[in-house]
Design a binder for this molecule. Sequence first.
Ligand SMILES: Cc1cc2nc3c(=O)[nH]c(=O)nc-3n(C[C@H](O)[C@H](O)[C@H](O)COP(=O)(O)OP(=O)(O)OC[C@H]3O[C@@H](n4cnc5c(N)ncnc54)[C@H](O)[C@@H]3O)c2cc1C
Length: 245
Amino acid sequence: MNETEPPRVVIIGGGVAGLTAGTFTARAGFDTIVLTHGESILRRNAHLENVPGFPAGVNSRLFVDLLIEQAERNGARLEAGRASDVTVGDPFEISVDDGGFDLRAEYVLIASWSDASYLESIDGIHLLDRGSKTYIDVDDGGRTGIEGLYAAGRIAAKAHQTVVCAGHGAEVALSLIEDSEVPFYHDWVAPEGYFTGRGREVPPGCEEISEDERKRRERESMKRMQEAFEEHHAEEPTMHPAVEE
Ligand SMILES: Cc1cc2nc3c(=O)[nH]c(=O)nc-3n(C[C@H](O)[C@H](O)[C@H](O)COP(=O)(O)OP(=O)(O)OC[C@H]3O[C@@H](n4cnc5c(N)ncnc54)[C@H](O)[C@@H]3O)c2cc1C
């Protein structure tokens, strides 16, 4: 890595956990690539009713699309392609099928439920085989035991629930940031004066915004959410592949 360039993280899997993790690492200043192949399993859901903030539930396809938009808006880049191998090293090398490219990164975060086919080739990773499913053994912060390699969401054996996997994506991104040399305190947006009014510097990762800026952001958010929820989301739930037509 050139010393002036931000560290790169490749997140494998652009579903609930991976997109949430990408939002956090991109906001912390990492060069963030979300490598994704196929769709989030959440697109099979009929109506999502247990995610905080949506009292009458939300269309899960719309929810995933908004997660994608949020990650990109915060600076993450989505790349289409299937990870087929990860070589541990400094940097890590990620082989991509059908993408016509390979990736290198200082950090890798695996969030590729339910594809575990490429994990066995990763030197030193500890896998848990439970019936037909394979999970990655991680510590509380999603660390795999291999420096720089993390896992989040269902593939890290978290409960099969959206809010849990999203929360774990955030938690693992925060461990990765804390383990790195990127200065960080919290990812907070505070009103002007919250820190500086007490004679404190605004801590790294935090932002203080003026009242005008707060109102501008609120207006932008209201407009975007009104557009997003104006009409039915056209896409229908994806059926389980084993269900006959
Ligand atoms: C029918 C159904 C209904 C559900 N309803 C609810 C509900 O009502 N409430 C709730 O809380 N949860 C629900 N869930 C569960 C929820 O969808 C999951 O728990 C959540 O999506 C898991 O998040 P994740 O990021 O771990 O996996 P995913 O969201 O599936 O994301 C994994 C991503 O990785 C990609 N990927 C896989 N392999 C690779 C690879 N090799 N390279 C690159 N990318 C790869 C996948 O294509 C996918 O985009 C439901 C699930 C199903 C199937």
